[in-house]
Design a protein around this ligand. Structure first.
Ligand code: NAD
Length: 253
């Protein structure tokens, strides 16, 4: 049977694609027919992910990048476009968390979280929009979080993820007339290296608060990214979709 290629001939860039949600998104977009570029600060992880995808027959490229550095992203996207000839999808997903009580937050911690989680999404979107504006088409995607609603002892992360929602809406307003949509996904607790170290009792409490009774898998989030990246999803923009098993619903439990 012929494969149904949803993203045939398209090029997708995924930041933080070396691990977790980003890696699952790269895998799914490659399976849907896109050539993918994995941008990650962890050079070895990005290279390994690209190798895996190439071994499965995909076009995949790894580029070491620190998303908080505007020049890094610009240079990486130049490389993507010179290699593949176009850029259709930009997934601004790389992120960090540094939970800390407010009185323990240093300037360095604050600057790091905000410059990666908020700055990285902005520089990635800006760099991608240069190409997408020219082409009259694009899908920019961002990773927010249920923490955008507030997160105990993690104000830097919550602020950055709430900022991502405001940024997504603002960019959507500006880019729409050029055929470029901008949407966010807000994961709940997803099983990735970011959440590996959390104590089991915190995970249990989280599971109890969801209505589906489990933690999320990276693919749960990747599927929503794929949906928002499709050419047919062009009437959705400036939105944030929570992928949280119902965690943010008012529960009766
Ligand atoms: N796992 C969760 O429960 C969860 C929940 C909500 C939101 N998120 C968000 O999802 C995104 C992906 O997280 P994950 O859970 O897959 O975590 P992860 O730690 O598995 O992956 C994050 C990736 O981002 C890369 N990265 C970090 N800083 C970078 C930088 N400055 N430049 C380039 N790459 C950088 C890391 O090397 C890593 O490969 C993040 O934005 C995170 O905040 C995660």
């Amino acid at each position: 049977m012929e494969k149904f290629m949803l993203l045939n001939d398209q090029v997708a860039v995924i930041t933080g694609g070396g691990s977790g949600i980003g890696a699952a998104t790269a895998e799914l977009m490659a399976a849907a027919g896109a050539a993918v570029a994995i941008l990650d600060r962890d050079e070895a992880a990005a290279a390994e992910e690209a190798r895996k995808l190439s071994a499965n027959g995909a076009c995949a490229l790894a580029i070491p990048v620190d998303v908080s550095q505007r020049v890094d992203i610009e240079t990486a996207l130049e490389k993507v476009v010179s290699t593949y000839g176009r850029l259709d999808i930009m997934v601004n997903n790389a992120g960090v968390t540094r939970p800390s009580r407010t009185l323990e937050v240093s300037e360095a911690l604050w600057d790091h979280v905000i410059s990666v989680n908020l700055g990285g999404v902005f520089w990635g979107s800006q760099a991608a929009f240069r190409y997408m504006k020219e082409a009259g088409y694009g899908r920019i995607l961002t990773t927010s979080s249920t923490s955008s609603l507030g997160s105990f002892a993690n104000a830097s992360y919550a602020s950055s993820k709430a900022g991502v929602v405001a940024m997504t809406r603002s960019l959507a307003m500006e880019f729409g007339k050029y055929g470029v949509t901008v949407n966010a996904v807000g994961p709940g607790m997803i099983v990735t290296p970011m959440t590996d170290d959390l104590p089991p009792e915190i995970k249990q409490r989280w599971i109890h608060k969801t209505v589906v009774g489990r933690l999320g898998e990276p693919m749960d989030v990747a599927r929503v990214f794929l949906f928002l990246a499709l050419p047919d999803s062009g009437y959705i923009t400036g939105q944030m979709i929570f992928v949280d098993g119902g965690y943010t619903l008012p529960t009766m439990k």
